[in-house]
Write a protein that binds this ligand. Structure first.
Ligand code: PEP
Length: 250
């Protein structure tokens, strides 16, 4: 049985005081869930969030990392740095990073290998644009992104990788993929993993859906056979709303 992982992606929102307040409000609301609760916060909130979430079931993640350990990379943060303060999760290859910061399938692969080597839990994002969906290329796009992200990984490393299927046209737009489309696309991703790494690995990989998830649609989406929770942007900024998403099964 795959666990549902429900991760908030705060993007460039909230200062430390707001992060602390948010965690105080969220913690009692989600303390009884069996789902994995993750908050991926800005770098400046990480340390405060980790301290504040210490005695809760809320896990803290970053939204990006560099694949090198250290060096002349102004403005970057390495996986080692994340690990050193106790960060557990890291988002890799979010479509906003691919679109605005030159993230490629190659850098995603390098970052993923590095994250796994450090014991960080990676959430790797894949997803097609609206044009690609409308022209029937979605399957090719998401399976290629998945294959290239995972290239060179051993079976046990693939099993530790969380994939977030996030159709770009559904991110921050209020448009959600239908539960059937989201489930079908996630099945394509799982089949691609099966082709390369075998059925056992494919069946154990956690694959989330992301794209305008909110409390009103979370249950429908997360109850589908292949959708193992979600990566949640806008709706993760409000503790009450995010708690409802986490507790979709209550
Ligand atoms: C995201 O940022 O990964 C995302 C899915 O955003 P939203 O939920 O706002 O569409």
């Amino acid at each position: 049985m795959r666990k549902k992982v429900i991760a908030g992606n705060w993007k460039m929102n909230k200062v430390p005081n707001e992060a602390i307040e948010f965690i105080s409000e969220l913690a009692p609301l989600v303390k009884d869930t069996e789902n994995e609760v993750v908050l991926c916060v800005p770098y400046t909130d990480l340390f405060y969030s980790l301290l504040h979430a210490q005695d809760t079931n809320i896990k803290i993640g970053a939204q990006n990392m560099h694949y090198e350990e250290k060096g002349a990379y102004t403005g970057e943060v390495s996986g080692e740095m994340l690990k050193s303060i106790g960060v557990e999760y890291v988002i890799i290859g979010h479509s906003e990073r691919r679109a605005y910061y030159g993230e490629t399938d190659e850098t995603v692969n390098k970052k993923l290998k590095k994250a796994l080597s450090l014991g960080l839990k990676p959430i790797v994002c894949v997803g097609e644009s609206l044009n690609q969906r409308e022209s029937g290329e979605a399957k090719e796009v998401v399976t290629t992104q998945t294959r290239l992200a995972l290239e060179g990984l051993k079976n046990d490393e693939v099993e530790k990788t969380i994939i977030a299927y996030e159709p770009i046209w559904a991110i921050g737009t209020g448009k959600t993929a239908t539960k059937e489309d989201a489930n079908e696309t996630i099945k394509w991703i799982r089949e691609e993993i099966e082709k390369i790494y075998g059925k056992d690995v494919a069946e154990s990989v956690i694959i989330q859906y992301g794209g305008s998830v909110k409390s009103g649609n979370a249950k429908d989406l997360f109850e589908m056979s292949d959708i193992d929770g979600g990566l949640v942007g806008g709706a993760s900024l409000d503790a009450q709303e995010f708690a409802k998403i986490v507790n979709y099964d209550k």
